[in-house]
Design a protein around this ligand. Structure first.
Ligand SMILES: NC(=O)c1ccc[n+]([C@@H]2O[C@H](COP(=O)([O-])OP(=O)(O)OC[C@H]3O[C@@H](n4cnc5c(N)ncnc54)[C@H](OP(=O)(O)O)[C@@H]3O)[C@@H](O)[C@H]2O)c1
Length: 311
């Protein structure tokens, strides 16, 4: 039996504009301007050109692994020059394992012209960008008023400005070609306030809202924007001496594996899911609970759940 249309939207996102059966607006017939493809229900990854930021570690690196495995060529960005040697070795191994082109790149996205520099470097090695994975990100633990303004501004530059600038750079080409995907790595922190890392949660809420809105604007173009919203993941971002190893929240949420999160990210890309929250209990904690709980109470609970516990 066919589900009612609101249920279909919730379960599978909007109909795939890359799918000639659905049509760009979910109506029958091919997407306007979409390249001609055999009938299929998912976005093809093979022989696509992907730009992955934050690829020197964690979720970005795992995303590049999964995309290369699916046959996509990848430009992989590190932020730190000192990571380049390791990135080069990994990229060459990835390329030979999956017989795709993998280009290691380095640029600092906290600089004003960082995104433009990255885009120019990708254009020099790839004919186009079909897939953009915005995964570079910063986080620090500590109360807002105790943290230097420069640090807040750097976070905004990397977590917000670089995301939107790269999207703005790649989207016109994708729209012209009638196909493309952007995966913005937001966070479960986007769904409620996050005391003790307030700027981080605020930056992720921005990315989620921007992704959902632009995704709607792109109806009929064959291009989609997905927001991937994992809860805490075992990566250097939070597994480091400056981030508390013990939060009350961890006893409920645990720490997810970056490879599993990346698998969910790739699934969201292929299926054209506007928002993906990996893990059933995280869907409950972050999609359902905040809608049932008064915002003030959500903030109060988060304050205690995210407070560092004494060792
Ligand atoms: N870990 C979690 O619990 C969690 C949960 C939800 C969402 N996320 C999000 O997932 C994304 C990836 O984070 P992760 O957990 O994989 O952390 P990670 O392992 O620390 O990776 C962060 C990546 O961002 C890059 N980066 C940082 N500053 C940069 C800059 N100025 N210019 C260019 N690149 C820069 C880093 O490059 P270098 O190391 O080379 O500088 C690194 O590749 C982030 O957006 C994060 O907010 C993480």
């Amino acid at each position: 039996m066919k589900a009612a249309w609101p249920a279909r939207l919730f379960l599978s996102g909007r109909p795939d504009a890359d799918n000639p059966k659905h049509g760009a607006d979910g109506r029958d017939g091919p997407a306007r301007g979409a390249e001609s493809r055999p009938a299929m229900s998912e976005y093809r990854l093979k022989e696509r050109y992907a730009l992955v930021t934050g690829a020197s570690s964690g979720i970005g690196r795992a995303m590049a692994e999964r995309l290369a495995e699916a046959g996509a060529h990848c430009a992989c960005l590190a932020g730190s020059p000192e990571k380049m040697e390791t990135l080069r070795e990994w990229a060459s191994d990835l390329a030979s394992r999956h017989r795709v082109a993998v280009h290691p790149l380095q640029a600092d996205l906290s600089l004003e012209d960082g995104p433009e520099t990255v885009f120019a470097r990708v254009e020099a090695v790839f004919p186009r960008v079909d897939i953009l994975v915005n995964s570079a990100g910063l986080m620090y633990y500590g109360d807002f008023a105790d943290t230097a303004l420069e640090r807040h501004e750097r976070l905004l530059q990397v977590n917000v400005r670089a995301y939107l600038a790269l999207m703005r750079l790649v989207l016109p080409g994708m729209i012209e070609r009638g196909q493309g995907r952007v995966l913005n790595v937001s966070s479960a922190s986007a769904f409620q306030p996050t005391p003790h890392f307030a700027m981080y949660g605020a930056s992720k809420a921005f990315v989620l809202s921007l992704s959902e809105a632009v995704n709607q604007e792109l109806r009929g173009t064959g291009v989609m924007v997905c927001a991937l919203c994992p809860s805490h993941v075992r990566t250097p971002m939070i597994v480091n001496p400056d981030f508390p190893g013990r939060l009350w929240w961890y006893s409920l949420s645990g720490l997810a594996d970056p490879d599993e999160v990346a698998r969910q990210g790739v699934r969201a890309l292929k299926k054209g899911r506007p928002v993906s929250v990996p893990g059933l209990r995280h869907k409950f904690f972050h999609l359902l609970l905040p809608r049932l709980t008064p915002r003030r109470l959500s903030g109060y609970i988060s304050y205690h759940a995210l407070k560092a516990r004494k060792p």
